[in-house]
Write a protein that binds this ligand. Structure first.
Ligand code: FAD
Length: 355
């Protein structure tokens, strides 16, 4: 009796994997983020990820908003990647700000009509906010932080702060929902903006989109962001990062000056953020932003695994640290053992002014 109960429990558990779903027709819904009439680069990477699910995949991009910039974003989406077969636009005051509750409901509504095999968003705060809620409404488990797509249901994702890569097979029911690391799906320049014809733009029918409790659960208060001409940390070609060794917010300005000269974004370690030198949206790492610029320069950064997890995919890593045994040198392409308070002023002096 006890044995048969145990066997039943085992059979229901993941030890006996269910048959993997085979997608007879692949179709993907990409949840896209836009700002000022422009699709975020990370959302275009999500389209690139959708492309790698299979050649015959039909990719629809979902945009939502309520202002004039939505139209501009839709026009850009229709052109931005040759794999996009349709742009869906949901226009309503519910979507003036990208709040998770109305967006999750929107995804549910669109999925019920479209029956997509996959739903993908980039793994930024937008996607991480919406995908779990939408997955709960659709009663599926999302696969998060995907860095490689092997088959339409087999994915690679980092675990243990990026120290190991895990290959997972999605065995749940449709749709298979993913968040992808945008830095792992860079869009080749030939794909970006090279489509000769426009993808059609269709409006989402929101007649069934009632105003229930779930939709009004959260309220937008305000957005606080610093006016800066520096590039966005997540997409910058060059990132200059400072660690706790900078010792104060005042000293951290050296990092900012260097970033200005190089047209770079500023990054920081969690220790520098916790010490109050810079706001936490500049944190790079496991619990901060994941970046993969062409050049990553780290000043006074020890190279803790949680920090490395956010920058190890950078193309060229330069580290300056006064401790020759610092872990950052294990991942650096170029390392300089030296005092940042001497190295940075020298760099600032020798680098030409930005034109
Ligand atoms: C769950 C969890 C999540 C975390 N997430 C993150 C994350 O997302 N991002 C992150 O960064 N950290 C994260 N951390 C913290 C992480 O473990 C480290 O504590 C942190 O990265 C250390 O920051 P640091 O290198 O600036 O400081 P320290 O470890 O204090 O290192 C300072 C370095 O500066 C060098 N130095 C000192 N003075 C000078 C000088 N004058 N010139 C040159 N070099 C100098 C020292 O040799 C040292 O190597 C996380 C930790 C946990 C537990």
């Amino acid at each position: 009796m006890a044995t048969s109960a145990m066997l039943r429990a085992f059979r229901n558990s993941s030890i006996f994997p269910r048959i993997a779903p085979t997608y007879r027709s692949l179709s993907t819904l990409v949840l896209a983020e836009h700002e000022g009439g422009t699709i975020k680069a990370s959302s275009i990477s999500a389209v690139e990820a959708a492309k790698s699910l299979g050649e015959e995949n039909s990719v629809s991009v979902l945009l939502a908003g309520s202002c004039a910039s939505l139209k501009a974003a839709a026009d850009q989406a229709a052109l931005c990647h040759p794999s996009i077969s349709e742009v869906l636009v949901a226009e309503s005051d519910h979507f003036t700000y990208p709040l998770a509750e109305p967006w999750a409901k929107l995804v549910h509504v669109v999925q019920q009509k479209g029956g997509y095999s996959h739903i993908i968003a980039a793994s930024g705060s937008f996607g991480k906010n919406i995908i779990p809620r939408a997955a709960a409404l659709l009663d599926v488990s999302p696969v998060t932080d995907v860095t490689n797509i092997i088959e339409s249901n087999i994915f690679v994702r980092p675990i243990y702060a990026g120290n190991a890569l895990c290959t997972v097979r999605y065995t749940g029911s449709s749709p298979c929902m993913l968040t992808i690391r945008a830095t792992s799906f860079s869009v080749p320049s030939t794909s970006a903006g090279s489509k000769p014809t426009l993808a059609p733009i269709d409006r989402v029918d929101l007649s069934t989109f009632g105003e229930d409790d779930a939709v009004v659960k959260s309220r937008y208060i305000k957005l606080s962001s610093e006016e800066t001409e520096r590039p966005d940390l997540g997409n910058a070609r060059v990132v200059i990062t400072g660690g706790r060794a900078l010792k104060s917010a005042e000293n951290f300005k050296m990092i900012e000056k260097l970033a200005e000269k190089l047209g770079a974004a500023v990054g920081a370690t969690r220790a520098a953020v916790d010490a109050g030198y810079v706001p936490n949206d500049l944190q790079v790492g496991q619990t901060g932003k994941i970046v993969a610029p062409e050049l990553y320069m780290a000043f006074g950064v020890s190279g803790a695994i949680q920090h490395i997890a956010g920058m190890r995919d950078s193309k060229v890593i330069v580290a300056v640290n006064k401790d020759a045994d610092a872990s950052i040198f294990q991942v650096a392409d170029y390392g300089l053992v030296g005092d940042l308070f001497e190295v940075i002023p020298e760099l600032l002096e020798k680098l030409p002014e930005k034109k």
